[in-house]
Design a protein around this ligand. Structure first.
Ligand SMILES: NC(=O)c1ccc[n+]([C@@H]2O[C@H](COP(=O)([O-])OP(=O)(O)OC[C@H]3O[C@@H](n4cnc5c(N)ncnc54)[C@H](OP(=O)(O)O)[C@@H]3O)[C@@H](O)[C@H]2O)c1
Length: 325
């Protein structure tokens, strides 16, 4: 994002914006121009802390500001549809947090809004833009492990605070939406189609959301084995098993400098180990891409229109199998 930084607006004083989006934006050379929040004092304090120029006390006003060139939507999952569509209709490209919508119908409405307005929309699966995933995709494209048969992927962590959007069913809480969507997105991307059947085990939190969810999903003759938890050890291991080899990733979705990707192939199990970190904040590459698109320097790629539908259908299959819908 070279000479003229793209001016971003952020909807909500979200933790993820502070922890990940803003460091990524700074690394990508973008401008943290505006934030909107429901509580004026909290929003002003957030803006001061993060050196954000403009403060709005409602989301509509931020979207309407002509100086805002792109909008980041890190709202609770149940609000993604409404606010992403409003921003698209105001002709602002949108980076919306995952999961894009609560079901396939919502995701379809969002990608339809993007198509209707001609404005790109991305779901914030930022791993898709990072070098480690390009390496993995290249190995697969080159046939290093042969046709993929199985993806085994886990994402869990221990939620320490009970006052959290992840524990609120009406806001789209639960382990599947929060972290289970990552293995599902990875498998749907790699298999190039949605899953068609699932066997699922759900442990519910007292508040009603799925606290832990695990199972297997069929993609024709291929499968995803997944688990996700808001009450487990921090773990994001993934193994992609092909007919002739396998790829493992110690941290597939937000790798740091100590993480590795490993390719094992051939009858002798020949192994190649590559560092997965790129010394940059996790969001930087995705935000940099959007900046180049806004400046007309690059065509949009890996948009929601291309990558989110199969994920949303697979999530629906899992939710039905787990009695979550
Ligand atoms: N891609 C990733 O790596 C990643 C990581 C973590 C989370 N996420 C996603 O980011 C989104 C936000 O997660 P978070 O952990 O940052 O949540 P959070 O800190 O609770 O932020 C959500 C924000 O939404 C606003 N909001 C509007 N209506 C709300 C309501 N009824 N209840 C609560 N908040 C409301 C609040 O801002 P105001 O009150 O200021 O308006 C709040 O700060 C989720 O979709 C989550 O899945 C993505």
């Amino acid at each position: 994002m070279a000479t003229d930084p793209v001016r971003w607006g952020i909807l909500g004083t979200a933790n993820i914006a502070r922890a990940s989006f803003l460091p990524g934006l700074r690394a990508a050379g973008g401008s943290a121009y505006a934030v909107a929040g429901r509580d004026p004092a909290r929003t002003a304090a957030y803006a001061a802390e993060q050196q954000i120029e403009r403060v709005f006390s409602d989301y509509e006003a931020l979207i309407a500001d002509p100086r805002v060139e792109a909008v980041y939507v890190p709202l609770p999952n149940s609000l993604h549809l409404t606010w992403a569509v409003k921003a698209l209709e105001a002709k602002k490209p949108v980076l919306c947090e995952k999961p894009l919508g609560l079901d396939a119908a919502q995701v379809e409405a969002m990608t339809a809004a993007s198509a209707r307005t001609g404005v790109p929309l991305w779901e914030a699966f930022v791993f898709m833009f990072r070098p480690h995933f390009e390496t993995v995709s290249g190995w697969i494209r080159d046939g290093a492990i042969g046709p993929i048969r199985e993806v085994d992927s886990r994402f869990s962590f221990r939620l320490r605070h009970t006052a959290n959007i992840r524990l609120r069913p009406e806001l789209g809480g639960g382990a599947l939406y929060d972290v289970g969507c990552y293995p599902v997105h990875l498998a749907s991307l790699l298999f190039g189609e949605p899953g068609d059947a699932a066997a699922v085990l759900v442990v519910r939190h007292t508040g009603g959301v799925d606290e832990t969810i695990s199972g297997s999903v069929a993609f024709g003759a291929r499968r995803l084995l997944f688990s996700a938890s808001l009450n487990g050890p921090s773990d994001t291991f993934t193994r992609i098993q092909g007919e002739n080899g396998a790829i493992t990733m110690t941290n597939p979705f937000h790798p740091g400098d100590g993480d590795q990707i490993t390719l094992t192939r051939g009858p002798e199990g020949e192994t190649t180990v590559v560092s997965a970190g790129d010394h940059l904040p996790s969001f930087a590459a995705h935000i940099a891409h959007i900046g180049r698109v806004v400046r007309g320097e690059e065509a949009p790629c890996l948009t929601a229109a291309e990558t989110s539908a199969a994920t949303s259908v697979t999530l629906d299959v899992i939710r039905r199998a787990g009695g979550l819908s």
